[in-house]
Design a protein around this ligand. Structure first.
Ligand code: SF4
Length: 302
């Protein structure tokens, strides 16, 4: 069972929820809509849920990464996040019961590090929700699990795999995504190519712009050169700055310059400006603020 412990509504309409499980481990979910002009149908709303309480991947730009890992969430706890958020937005008449929705596992945790529960959840969600439009999972690139996932998903599930790349260079990526020391960019993209071919879907490769770190034109060119336009699509994200974490947000214009460069290589590119910036909308930010135990661990690692 999960317990709702906090709820915040942002000026842009997104709502962030903080939960804890029966052991007191905290995690987050977010309801949001994307702007109509961003390449995703506006008729669909989104619920971003957590797959773990905390995370062991240690990405340096992420408040959850600084907090460390607490526990894997059972499939049932992922389902409960959807039910609580959905009940809330329907009861509040923000959304209707008949509106289709996407579920994205991009909250706290690395979904493929909690593989069995995430695959079980995908099967449950596929059977249970007749308004479910799509399930998406975002991974830092646990290469063997990407190969396995291509075999284990429900055959009729509308599914999208996101791979967080954030740099075209292994050495640079390893500086802020330590998993790169275990799985190189090339190995992750090889798994992504396999997944795209096996599932007959485009894999979406995401690029989080960090001011002064990975935001030059050369980065954009080299990122595009790594990918195959017939297997991958791309998404540019602008970092949601977190107090105490040493990365800054680029101007929106940098995101659109990246888009132009990558599009010139024949890719579909989506630019995501962050949702919920006034409610600690970035992964782990709300928990860092409201749960002292996590906050202590965050601060002790800075
Ligand atoms: S970005 Fe994702 S994988 Fe990396 S530490 Fe944060 S929650 Fe974990």
């Amino acid at each position: 069972m999960l317990e709702l412990i906090h709820k915040n509504k942002a000026e842009d309409g997104s709502i962030k929820y903080a939960f804890k499980d029966s052991n007191g481990n905290a995690f987050e979910a977010v309801y949001f809509r994307l702007p109509p002009n961003n390449g995703i149908p506006y008729s669909v709303y989104h619920m971003c849920i957590s797959s773990q309480a905390g995370c062991a991947m240690g990405c340096k730009f992420c408040a959850t990464g600084y907090g460390g890992f607490f526990s894997d969430l059972k499939a049932e706890l992922m389902r409960e996040q959807i039910n609580v958020v959905r009940d809330d937005i329907i009861c509040s008449e923000i959304e209707s019961e008949t509106t289709e929705f996407n579920v994205v596992l991009m909250g706290m945790g690395e979904p493929l590090a909690n593989y069995d529960n995430v695959v079980k959840f995908a099967h449950i969600a596929n059977n249970e929700y007749n308004r479910l439009h799509k399930v998406a999972i975002s991974t830092v690139g646990l290469t063997p699990k990407i190969f396995k996932l291509a075999e284990d998903l429900p055959a009729n599930l509308n599914f999208k795999l996101y791979i967080s790349l954030h740099s075209p260079y292994d050495a640079e990526r390893a500086e802020f995504m330590p998993i790169t020391r275990k799985y190189s960019i090339q190995s992750v993209l090889e798994a992504g190519r396999f997944f795209a071919k096996k599932t007959n879907t485009y894999v979406r490769v995401t690029y989080l712009l960090l001011k002064g770190v990975n935001d030059t034109d050369q980065h954009a060119h080299d990122f595009a050169k790594l990918l195959d336009p017939h297997l991958f699509e791309t998404q540019i994200q602008l970092y949601n700055a977190t107090p105490g974490i040493p990365y800054g947000r680029v101007d929106d214009s940098v995101g659109f310059r990246f888009k132009d460069i990558i599009e010139s290589y024949g890719f579909k590119v989506i630019v995501r400006l962050s949702s919920g910036r006034d409610v600690e909308g970035g992964c782990g930010q709300l928990i860092k603020k409201i749960i002292p135990r996590n906050a202590e661990r965050v601060l002790s690692k800075m």
